[in-house]
Design a protein around this ligand. Sequence first.
Ligand SMILES: C[S@@+](CC[C@H](N)C(=O)[O-])C[C@H]1O[C@@H](n2cnc3c(N)ncnc32)[C@H](O)[C@@H]1O
Length: 327
Amino acid sequence: MDLQELLGMASNFQEARVLLIAHDLGVFDAVGSGKGARRLAGYLGASPRGTRILLDCLVAVGLLRKRGSRYYNTGTAKAYLVSTSPHYMGPVLKLNGYMWERWSRLGEAVREGHLPKAEREFISDPVKNRNFILAMDLLGRDTAMKVARRLDLRGVRRVLDVGGGPGHYSMALVERSPRIEAVIVDLPLTLRVARELIERRGMGGKVRTREGDFFDPQCDLGEGYDLALASNILHIEDSAHNLDLLRRIYGALNPGGTVVVNEILVDATRARPKEAALFAINMLAATARGNVYTKAEISSWLREAGFMDIKTVRLDGRSTLLMGKRP
Ligand SMILES: C[S@@+](CC[C@H](N)C(=O)[O-])C[C@H]1O[C@@H](n2cnc3c(N)ncnc32)[C@H](O)[C@@H]1O
Protein backbone atom coordinates (compact mmCIF):
# COMPACT_ATOMS: atom_id res chain seq x y z
CA MET A 1 0.00 0.00 0.00
CA ASP A 2 1.41 3.41 -0.89
CA LEU A 3 0.98 6.67 1.00
CA GLN A 4 -1.87 7.88 -1.21
CA GLU A 5 -3.82 4.68 -0.58
CA LEU A 6 -3.13 4.95 3.14
CA LEU A 7 -4.36 8.55 3.25
CA GLY A 8 -7.38 7.59 1.16
CA MET A 9 -8.20 4.85 3.66
CA ALA A 10 -7.89 7.33 6.54
CA SER A 11 -10.53 9.62 5.03
CA ASN A 12 -12.89 7.33 3.22
CA PHE A 13 -15.55 7.87 5.89
CA GLN A 14 -16.31 11.26 4.37
CA GLU A 15 -18.50 10.30 1.43
CA ALA A 16 -20.36 7.73 3.49
CA ARG A 17 -21.18 10.38 6.10
CA VAL A 18 -22.39 12.85 3.48
CA LEU A 19 -24.71 10.25 1.96
CA LEU A 20 -26.09 8.99 5.30
CA ILE A 21 -26.71 12.49 6.69
CA ALA A 22 -28.32 13.71 3.47
CA HIS A 23 -30.66 10.71 3.57
CA ASP A 24 -31.41 11.20 7.30
CA LEU A 25 -32.24 14.86 6.70
CA GLY A 26 -34.60 13.88 3.89
CA VAL A 27 -32.69 15.70 1.13
CA PHE A 28 -33.54 13.27 -1.70
CA ASP A 29 -37.27 13.31 -0.94
CA ALA A 30 -37.26 17.10 -0.53
CA VAL A 31 -35.47 17.75 -3.85
CA GLY A 32 -38.47 16.23 -5.68
CA SER A 33 -38.56 17.52 -9.24
CA GLY A 34 -35.89 20.15 -8.54
CA LYS A 35 -35.45 23.02 -6.03
CA GLY A 36 -33.13 25.84 -5.08
CA ALA A 37 -30.97 25.76 -1.95
CA ARG A 38 -32.94 28.31 0.06
CA ARG A 39 -36.24 26.53 -0.54
CA LEU A 40 -34.67 23.19 0.31
CA ALA A 41 -33.24 24.61 3.55
CA GLY A 42 -36.79 25.64 4.49
CA TYR A 43 -38.13 22.14 3.70
CA LEU A 44 -35.39 20.46 5.73
CA GLY A 45 -35.59 22.93 8.63
CA ALA A 46 -31.85 23.43 8.18
CA SER A 47 -29.54 26.43 7.88
CA PRO A 48 -29.14 27.96 4.41
CA ARG A 49 -25.33 27.82 4.74
CA GLY A 50 -25.22 24.15 5.79
CA THR A 51 -27.78 23.14 3.16
CA ARG A 52 -25.91 24.85 0.32
CA ILE A 53 -22.59 23.25 1.27
CA LEU A 54 -24.17 19.82 1.65
CA LEU A 55 -26.06 20.10 -1.66
CA ASP A 56 -22.93 21.08 -3.58
CA CYS A 57 -21.04 18.17 -2.08
CA LEU A 58 -23.88 15.81 -3.09
CA VAL A 59 -23.42 17.13 -6.62
CA ALA A 60 -19.67 16.49 -6.34
CA VAL A 61 -20.15 12.86 -5.25
CA GLY A 62 -22.70 12.18 -8.01
CA LEU A 63 -25.98 11.99 -6.07
CA LEU A 64 -27.46 15.34 -7.21
CA ARG A 65 -27.19 17.40 -10.38
CA LYS A 66 -27.12 21.20 -10.43
CA ARG A 67 -28.54 23.34 -13.19
CA GLY A 68 -28.27 27.05 -12.54
CA SER A 69 -29.20 27.42 -8.90
CA ARG A 70 -31.50 24.37 -8.77
CA TYR A 71 -30.68 20.87 -7.57
CA TYR A 72 -32.08 17.61 -9.03
CA ASN A 73 -31.77 13.95 -8.04
CA THR A 74 -29.57 11.82 -10.30
CA GLY A 75 -31.00 8.55 -11.68
CA THR A 76 -29.34 6.60 -8.84
CA ALA A 77 -30.80 8.90 -6.19
CA LYS A 78 -34.26 8.71 -7.79
CA ALA A 79 -34.15 4.92 -7.92
CA TYR A 80 -32.68 4.12 -4.49
CA LEU A 81 -32.84 7.16 -2.21
CA VAL A 82 -36.34 8.57 -2.75
CA SER A 83 -38.75 6.92 -0.33
CA THR A 84 -41.58 6.51 -2.85
CA SER A 85 -39.40 4.51 -5.26
CA PRO A 86 -40.13 0.74 -5.40
CA HIS A 87 -36.34 0.21 -5.13
CA TYR A 88 -35.87 2.46 -2.09
CA MET A 89 -32.84 1.42 -0.01
CA GLY A 90 -33.63 3.61 3.00
CA PRO A 91 -33.58 0.81 5.60
CA VAL A 92 -30.08 -0.21 4.47
CA LEU A 93 -28.84 3.35 4.86
CA LYS A 94 -30.48 3.62 8.28
CA LEU A 95 -28.83 0.35 9.29
CA ASN A 96 -25.46 1.73 8.17
CA GLY A 97 -26.15 4.80 10.31
CA TYR A 98 -26.73 2.59 13.36
CA MET A 99 -23.55 0.67 12.55
CA TRP A 100 -21.70 3.96 12.33
CA GLU A 101 -22.62 4.70 15.97
CA ARG A 102 -21.22 1.35 17.08
CA TRP A 103 -18.14 1.50 14.90
CA SER A 104 -17.38 4.90 16.46
CA ARG A 105 -16.92 3.00 19.72
CA LEU A 106 -14.66 0.37 18.20
CA GLY A 107 -11.73 1.27 20.47
CA GLU A 108 -13.91 0.48 23.50
CA ALA A 109 -15.03 -2.80 21.88
CA VAL A 110 -11.42 -3.83 21.27
CA ARG A 111 -10.38 -2.89 24.81
CA GLU A 112 -13.35 -4.56 26.52
CA GLY A 113 -13.98 -7.42 24.05
CA HIS A 114 -17.55 -6.23 23.41
CA LEU A 115 -19.90 -3.23 23.71
CA PRO A 116 -22.46 -4.22 26.34
CA LYS A 117 -24.81 -1.26 25.65
CA ALA A 118 -24.94 -1.90 21.90
CA GLU A 119 -25.54 -5.63 22.17
CA ARG A 120 -28.96 -6.88 21.19
CA GLU A 121 -30.16 -3.38 20.24
CA PHE A 122 -31.10 -4.63 16.76
CA ILE A 123 -33.30 -7.25 18.31
CA SER A 124 -34.67 -5.36 21.32
CA ASP A 125 -35.22 -1.78 20.09
CA PRO A 126 -38.42 -1.81 17.97
CA VAL A 127 -37.36 0.97 15.57
CA LYS A 128 -33.85 -0.38 15.01
CA ASN A 129 -35.16 -3.92 14.74
CA ARG A 130 -37.68 -2.97 12.08
CA ASN A 131 -35.03 -1.23 10.03
CA PHE A 132 -32.61 -4.11 10.48
CA ILE A 133 -35.14 -6.66 9.29
CA LEU A 134 -36.29 -4.53 6.32
CA ALA A 135 -32.61 -4.06 5.40
CA MET A 136 -32.02 -7.85 5.65
CA ASP A 137 -34.92 -8.32 3.26
CA LEU A 138 -33.54 -5.82 0.73
CA LEU A 139 -29.97 -7.11 0.98
CA GLY A 140 -30.80 -10.79 1.07
CA ARG A 141 -33.56 -11.34 -1.50
CA ASP A 142 -31.23 -12.18 -4.39
CA THR A 143 -29.17 -14.58 -2.29
CA ALA A 144 -32.35 -16.18 -0.97
CA MET A 145 -33.43 -16.90 -4.54
CA LYS A 146 -29.96 -18.23 -5.43
CA VAL A 147 -30.10 -20.55 -2.40
CA ALA A 148 -33.58 -21.78 -3.33
CA ARG A 149 -32.36 -22.53 -6.86
CA ARG A 150 -29.26 -24.39 -5.65
CA LEU A 151 -30.95 -26.73 -3.16
CA ASP A 152 -32.31 -30.13 -4.04
CA LEU A 153 -35.92 -29.75 -2.89
CA ARG A 154 -37.17 -33.16 -4.02
CA GLY A 155 -39.07 -34.73 -1.15
CA VAL A 156 -38.87 -31.54 0.96
CA ARG A 157 -42.20 -30.60 2.53
CA ARG A 158 -41.46 -29.09 5.93
CA VAL A 159 -38.74 -26.47 6.34
CA LEU A 160 -37.35 -24.98 9.56
CA ASP A 161 -35.89 -21.49 9.00
CA VAL A 162 -33.90 -20.72 12.15
CA GLY A 163 -33.49 -16.94 12.50
CA GLY A 164 -35.34 -16.50 9.23
CA GLY A 165 -35.75 -12.75 9.89
CA PRO A 166 -37.92 -11.19 7.18
CA GLY A 167 -38.79 -14.62 5.78
CA HIS A 168 -37.19 -14.07 2.38
CA TYR A 169 -35.47 -17.50 2.36
CA SER A 170 -38.65 -19.33 3.36
CA MET A 171 -40.66 -17.46 0.75
CA ALA A 172 -38.05 -18.16 -1.96
CA LEU A 173 -38.24 -21.88 -1.13
CA VAL A 174 -42.04 -21.89 -1.26
CA GLU A 175 -41.96 -20.01 -4.55
CA ARG A 176 -39.68 -22.66 -6.03
CA SER A 177 -41.58 -25.56 -4.59
CA PRO A 178 -45.19 -24.72 -3.59
CA ARG A 179 -45.53 -28.05 -1.69
CA ILE A 180 -43.23 -26.63 0.98
CA GLU A 181 -44.47 -25.30 4.30
CA ALA A 182 -41.93 -23.31 6.27
CA VAL A 183 -41.67 -22.32 9.92
CA ILE A 184 -39.52 -19.34 10.90
CA VAL A 185 -38.17 -19.39 14.46
CA ASP A 186 -37.14 -15.90 15.52
CA LEU A 187 -37.69 -13.24 18.18
CA PRO A 188 -41.06 -11.48 18.70
CA LEU A 189 -40.16 -8.04 17.30
CA THR A 190 -38.57 -9.53 14.19
CA LEU A 191 -41.56 -11.79 13.61
CA ARG A 192 -43.92 -8.81 13.74
CA VAL A 193 -42.09 -7.39 10.68
CA ALA A 194 -41.80 -10.82 9.05
CA ARG A 195 -45.56 -11.44 9.29
CA GLU A 196 -46.21 -8.12 7.59
CA LEU A 197 -43.88 -9.03 4.69
CA ILE A 198 -45.27 -12.57 4.43
CA GLU A 199 -48.87 -11.31 4.33
CA ARG A 200 -47.92 -8.69 1.75
CA ARG A 201 -46.72 -11.50 -0.52
CA GLY A 202 -49.79 -13.62 0.22
CA MET A 203 -47.78 -16.44 1.77
CA GLY A 204 -49.39 -16.57 5.21
CA GLY A 205 -50.73 -20.07 4.57
CA LYS A 206 -47.29 -21.42 3.63
CA VAL A 207 -44.85 -19.59 5.90
CA ARG A 208 -45.62 -19.64 9.59
CA THR A 209 -43.77 -18.11 12.53
CA ARG A 210 -42.77 -19.43 15.91
CA GLU A 211 -41.39 -17.17 18.63
CA GLY A 212 -38.26 -18.36 20.39
CA ASP A 213 -34.70 -17.54 21.40
CA PHE A 214 -32.93 -20.24 19.38
CA PHE A 215 -29.69 -19.96 21.34
CA ASP A 216 -31.57 -20.88 24.52
CA PRO A 217 -31.03 -24.63 25.03
CA GLN A 218 -34.69 -24.88 26.14
CA CYS A 219 -36.00 -23.31 22.90
CA ASP A 220 -38.39 -25.68 21.16
CA LEU A 221 -37.66 -25.67 17.43
CA GLY A 222 -40.41 -28.19 16.69
CA GLU A 223 -39.75 -31.45 14.86
CA GLY A 224 -40.38 -33.45 11.70
CA TYR A 225 -38.58 -31.10 9.29
CA ASP A 226 -37.04 -32.27 6.00
CA LEU A 227 -34.78 -29.25 5.64
CA ALA A 228 -33.39 -26.75 8.17
CA LEU A 229 -31.84 -23.43 7.23
CA ALA A 230 -29.40 -21.66 9.53
CA SER A 231 -28.69 -18.63 7.39
CA ASN A 232 -26.47 -15.85 8.70
CA ILE A 233 -26.99 -16.71 12.33
CA LEU A 234 -23.90 -18.66 13.40
CA HIS A 235 -21.82 -15.46 13.30
CA ILE A 236 -23.90 -14.15 16.23
CA GLU A 237 -22.40 -16.62 18.72
CA ASP A 238 -19.32 -18.65 19.72
CA SER A 239 -18.47 -22.30 19.01
CA ALA A 240 -20.20 -23.70 22.10
CA HIS A 241 -23.53 -21.97 21.35
CA ASN A 242 -23.33 -22.86 17.64
CA LEU A 243 -22.59 -26.50 18.33
CA ASP A 244 -25.49 -26.69 20.79
CA LEU A 245 -27.84 -25.07 18.24
CA LEU A 246 -26.74 -27.44 15.46
CA ARG A 247 -27.36 -30.42 17.78
CA ARG A 248 -30.89 -29.20 18.44
CA ILE A 249 -31.43 -28.62 14.70
CA TYR A 250 -30.28 -32.22 14.15
CA GLY A 251 -32.93 -33.34 16.65
CA ALA A 252 -35.63 -31.34 14.86
CA LEU A 253 -34.90 -32.95 11.46
CA ASN A 254 -36.36 -36.18 10.12
CA PRO A 255 -33.83 -38.95 9.39
CA GLY A 256 -32.47 -38.18 5.91
CA GLY A 257 -33.14 -34.46 6.49
CA THR A 258 -30.66 -31.77 5.50
CA VAL A 259 -29.24 -28.81 7.36
CA VAL A 260 -28.09 -25.82 5.29
CA VAL A 261 -25.78 -23.29 6.93
CA ASN A 262 -25.25 -20.03 5.04
CA GLU A 263 -22.39 -17.81 6.18
CA ILE A 264 -19.72 -15.40 5.04
CA LEU A 265 -16.55 -17.46 5.53
CA VAL A 266 -13.06 -16.37 6.50
CA ASP A 267 -10.07 -18.42 5.32
CA ALA A 268 -7.63 -20.20 7.61
CA THR A 269 -5.46 -17.06 8.00
CA ARG A 270 -8.61 -15.31 9.42
CA ALA A 271 -7.51 -12.22 7.47
CA ARG A 272 -9.05 -13.01 4.07
CA PRO A 273 -11.26 -12.05 2.37
CA LYS A 274 -11.31 -8.42 3.52
CA GLU A 275 -15.17 -8.42 3.61
CA ALA A 276 -15.13 -11.26 6.14
CA ALA A 277 -12.49 -9.59 8.33
CA LEU A 278 -14.58 -6.39 8.32
CA PHE A 279 -17.70 -8.39 9.11
CA ALA A 280 -15.90 -9.82 12.15
CA ILE A 281 -15.40 -6.22 13.32
CA ASN A 282 -19.14 -5.71 12.95
CA MET A 283 -19.77 -8.72 15.17
CA LEU A 284 -17.22 -7.46 17.71
CA ALA A 285 -19.16 -4.19 17.88
CA ALA A 286 -22.60 -5.82 17.95
CA THR A 287 -22.42 -9.04 19.94
CA ALA A 288 -20.82 -10.49 23.05
CA ARG A 289 -19.27 -13.55 21.41
CA GLY A 290 -19.94 -13.41 17.64
CA ASN A 291 -17.33 -13.78 14.92
CA VAL A 292 -16.77 -15.05 11.39
CA TYR A 293 -15.76 -18.68 10.98
CA THR A 294 -13.80 -20.91 8.62
CA LYS A 295 -15.17 -23.73 6.53
CA ALA A 296 -13.22 -26.16 8.75
CA GLU A 297 -14.78 -24.79 11.95
CA ILE A 298 -18.37 -24.97 10.70
CA SER A 299 -17.80 -28.41 9.16
CA SER A 300 -16.42 -29.70 12.45
CA TRP A 301 -19.49 -28.44 14.38
CA LEU A 302 -21.74 -30.10 11.80
CA ARG A 303 -19.89 -33.41 12.17
CA GLU A 304 -19.88 -33.15 15.97
CA ALA A 305 -23.63 -32.48 15.92
CA GLY A 306 -24.05 -35.77 14.03
CA PHE A 307 -24.41 -34.61 10.41
CA MET A 308 -22.80 -36.59 7.57
CA ASP A 309 -21.94 -36.04 3.88
CA ILE A 310 -20.88 -32.45 4.52
CA LYS A 311 -20.87 -30.47 1.26
CA THR A 312 -19.91 -26.90 0.50
CA VAL A 313 -21.32 -24.65 -2.23
CA ARG A 314 -19.83 -21.18 -2.67
CA LEU A 315 -22.55 -18.85 -3.92
CA ASP A 316 -20.54 -15.61 -3.98
CA GLY A 317 -18.03 -13.69 -1.85
CA ARG A 318 -20.55 -13.15 0.96
CA SER A 319 -22.36 -16.48 0.97
CA THR A 320 -21.18 -20.06 1.22
CA LEU A 321 -23.54 -22.94 1.94
CA LEU A 322 -22.41 -25.83 4.12
CA MET A 323 -24.82 -28.73 4.01
CA GLY A 324 -25.05 -31.91 6.05
CA LYS A 325 -27.43 -34.86 6.25
CA ARG A 326 -28.98 -36.41 9.32
CA PRO A 327 -28.46 -40.15 8.76
C1 LIG B 1 -28.57 -11.56 10.26
S1 LIG B 1 -30.26 -11.95 10.45
C2 LIG B 1 -30.40 -13.32 9.35
C3 LIG B 1 -31.72 -13.33 8.63
C4 LIG B 1 -31.83 -14.37 7.52
N1 LIG B 1 -31.72 -15.72 8.03
C5 LIG B 1 -30.79 -14.13 6.44
O1 LIG B 1 -29.96 -15.00 6.16
O2 LIG B 1 -30.81 -13.02 5.86
C6 LIG B 1 -30.26 -12.75 12.04
C7 LIG B 1 -31.66 -13.13 12.49
O3 LIG B 1 -31.55 -13.84 13.72
C8 LIG B 1 -32.51 -13.35 14.64
N2 LIG B 1 -31.97 -13.59 15.99
C9 LIG B 1 -30.82 -13.12 16.52
N3 LIG B 1 -30.61 -13.66 17.74
C10 LIG B 1 -31.65 -14.49 17.97
C11 LIG B 1 -32.01 -15.35 19.03
N4 LIG B 1 -31.24 -15.46 20.11
N5 LIG B 1 -33.14 -16.07 18.94
C12 LIG B 1 -33.96 -15.96 17.83
N6 LIG B 1 -33.66 -15.16 16.78
C13 LIG B 1 -32.53 -14.45 16.86
C14 LIG B 1 -32.70 -11.89 14.29
O4 LIG B 1 -33.95 -11.41 14.74
C15 LIG B 1 -32.56 -11.94 12.77
O5 LIG B 1 -33.80 -12.18 12.18
